[in-house]
Design a protein around this ligand. Structure first.
Ligand code: DOR
Ligand code: ZN
Length: 421
């Protein structure tokens, strides 16, 4: 077997760091060992871990590119050690049939700096129109940005969705419950929590648990009570903001998000659940809005950015020994890739050569002026983080000495049944 390149350094291999060489052929790891020869060797400094996959981002492209576009969103991902993102379908024109899907794919495909998948939206009426190339399906059980709630899914539609063989991701806030709790005016994060209470999520979790779908994911769980309702019948996703931020913090509309940030007490319990390993997937739910969109609390759009800080925030917790790297690896790197059926997230022969190199001794604070999103204002500003200095995607270095050196060569990852790479 001939190799294109060989990387050498301290790799996170089989749950521990080992001095190794990893050979790459056509973007795929082709050999792992010691003293491999046959191609140029590049030494990577620090700790080398597989690059991350973020299965929940909103890059707003096309339609709302004043908030973000695929090139800035994907650049931000790479700076945060993520080389694959899955973009949500709640664009200004929602991605609910295959011609809108095809238009979105052609519009963004030459502009992504990392590999990417695209979701389609199920809106209650379009099961037969969803593109078979979709990487996943999104269903909003409660309304949010550019989306209306689906309150009932017929058995025949569930069969159609299930037969597509891709994950079905639920926004779990029960629409009737949200309606019953809405308040005439919200002025604070606590008001927002009151208007969309935990109970609405718990009700949804019960519904999701009973749906006959092979691959389902409950997105951005914000209260530990939802976990027991799911009872192991869906994959459980959590976000950094729901485990690290709460409604008692002074974040103003930049902390407004759906589902809402919860009380300090709930946040602590959720964080403990994550630390104990109760979640399968950690996603950013990167949801940028402009300063104008965030001006006045009640009218403000909901959403927090996070694609660049998701892994670095967690690596800082590893650096200060709060959590083990294995937890971050499982929830932010290996499981998201496995859920989507791509061969990434593990350093193993046959997997794509996507890594990041970090120095755990170089913890620094998130500085929102240095994030790469188009709207970089982040409630994590000032939090400790460990950012990668080097990122490799499909065997090529795309971030070197903290500078992006790649170039819009992200590939589309469609339905897992289609071929990849
Ligand atoms: O806060 C949110 N923002 N929740 C969502 O469900 C959608 C997202 C967005 O697209 O802005
Ligand atoms: Zn979302």
């Amino acid at each position: 077997m001939s190799y294109d390149t060989i990387y050498s350094g301290r790799f996170y291999f089989q749950d521990e760091f080992r001095e190794l060489e990893v050979a790459v052929s056509d973007g795929v790891i082709s050999h792992i060992g010691k003293a491999i020869t046959g191609a140029p060797v590049t030494k990577l400094e620090g700790a080398i871990i597989p690059a991350g996959t973020d299965i929940h981002v909103h890059f707003r492209d096309p339609g709302e590119t004043d908030k973000e576009d695929f090139s800035t969103g994907s650049l931000s991902a790479v700076y945060g050690g993520t080389t694959t993102v899955y973009d949500m379908p709640n664009n200004l024109v929602p991605v609910s049939d295959y011609s809108v899907f095809q238009d979105k794919l052609s519009s963004v495909s030459s502009r992504s700096n990392c590999d990417f998948g695209l979701y389609s939206l199920y809106n209650g009426r379009n099961a037969d129109l969803i593109s078979p190339r979709s990487s996943g399906i999104k269903i909003f059980l409660g309304g949010s940005t550019n989306s209306t709630a689906v309150d009932q899914i017929s058995d025949s539609d569930l069969k159609v969705l299930d037969s597509m063989n891709v994950p079905v991701v639920f926004h779990g806030e029960d629409a009737a419950c949200l309606k019953a709790n809405s308040i005439p005016e919200e002025n604070s994060l606590m008001d927002h929590d009151r208007a969309r209470p935990e109970q609405c999520e718990v009700t949804s979790a019960e519904l999701i648990s009973g749906m006959p779908l092979k691959k389902k994911i409950m997105a951005h769980i914000s209260t530990p009570e939802s976990l027991s309702k799911l009872n192991g019948r869906a994959m459980k996703e959590v976000t950094p903001h729901h485990i690290l931020l709460n409604s008692e913090m002074d974040l103003g509309s930049w902390g407004k998000v759906n589902p809402p940030l919860r009380s300090r007490d709930t946040q602590r319990k959720l964080m403990d659940s994550y630390f104990r390993g109760s979640f399968d997937i950690l996603s950013s739910d990167h949801a940028p809005h402009t300063e104008h969109d965030k001006e006045e609390f009640f009218q403000a759009s909901a959403g927090i950015i996070g694609v660049e800080t998701r892994i670095p925030l967690m690596l800082a917790l590893v650096a200060n020994k709060t959590i083990p790297l294995s937890l971050v690896h499982r929830t932010a790197i290996a499981n998201p890739a496995a859920a989507m059926g791509i061969r990434k997230g593990i350093i193993q022969v046959g997997y794509l050569a996507d890594f990041m190199a970090v120095k755990f001794s170089e913890t620094r604070r998130v500085n929102q002026d240095r994030l790469h999103s188009k709207t970089p204002i982040s409630p994590f500003n000032g939090f400790q983080a460990v950012f990668p200095h080097t990122v490799v995607m499909r065997g090529d270095i795309i971030l070197e000495n903290n500078e992006f050196v790649g170039g819009r060569n992200g590939r589309f990852v469609g339905n897992v049944t289609s071929s990849y790479p």
